[in-house]
Design a protein around this ligand. Sequence first.
Ligand code: HEC
Ligand code: HEC
Length: 311
Amino acid sequence: MPLRGSPSKMKGLSMTNENDIKDVDAHSGVETTGHSWDGIKELNNPLPRWWLYIFYGCIAWAVVYMVLMPALPALPFTNGSHTPGLRQHSDRAIVNTTMAEVAETRRTEANALLSASLEEIETDRDLQQFAFAMGDSLFGDNCATCHGSGGQGSKGYPNLVDDVWLWDGTLEGIEYTLRHGIRQEGDDQTRFSVMPRFGADGLLEVSDIRDLTQYVVHLSGREADAEAISRAAPIYAAQCAFCHGAEGLGDRTQGAPNLTDAEWLYGSETSEIYDTIYNARNSHMPAWSGRLSEAEIKALSVYVHSFGGGE
Ligand code: HEC
Ligand code: HEC
């Protein structure tokens, strides 16, 4: 073997036999590899044992893994796929089985909802939990666009989380509203009432409507023009009390809101109230029977009833 390293650095040379001359670093006493860069030599330290064993372990593990699990891609015999491995593991197959299991559980749970009464669903812990989970996702998909993601409502769309109800806040009442909707054409059991368009249809003078606006402001406990109130009182009794009640407390059989509370469907400003009396709103809520399954309507009813305002 030819000598490596420059002659000036051959102080530490040791000879074992003629052919095997090893370069030993004088400082550490460790053999060098013989490589030298600008006088810096590489010590030929053995790899630490622990490191070596881990390394061999990894190789062994990789071989075992390759045999057991899907591993080698695009070999001629794998048909454009990969080697399947002895365990035939497939994440895709696992997902399919899990999905099938979930669908099966859902079907069983939906059947359980179908055969239980609304009260049973609300009082049985398992049924209730299932109804909440189902109701939560259905609400997001079908109701949140109008009623807000938490059911808090917005102008023209009632708040479902308070205890103020236009129609009926009992479990059965909510279910009925969902099933048949409100002013839903084509459903002859839909909740229905029509507030007349007092201004737009010329039933009352503009001055009457101004006075009535003051009257409604007064009903809700706010300060209003006293003369307007006394002029409006008989008109209110004749035109409005039939639906909103003599004291303005509303009538749930007609979906007529309570005018004395602080909850306003269409706004509490004078201009908004004037607008409501002039044009009437008569808004519309879709009917869900036919669009949602029976089990889904039940789940949603229990869910909405639980919002806090349920009676
Ligand atoms: C297109 C908009 C719209 C969608 C979608 C909608 N609603 Fe409504 N909902 C309304 C309106 C408007 C009213 C009030 C109608 C009225 O004036 O009486 C209402 C009323 C209600 C009421 C009666 C409230 C009360 O005070 O009596 C309930 C309960 C209700 N909705 C639940 C739902 C649920 C649950 C869904 C989803 C399945 C849903 N709504 C989807 C517009 C909508
Ligand atoms: C046939 C029944 C009926 C009559 C009569 C009626 N209303 Fe209404 N009113 C309703 C209904 C139902 C609503 C709410 C539903 C809707 O319009 O979407 C309503 C809503 C209102 C609102 C809006 C309340 C809010 O929360 O924003 C006001 C204000 C109002 N009415 C005032 C009057 C006045 C004043 C009269 C008489 C001039 C009158 N109404 C006559 C049925 C009636």
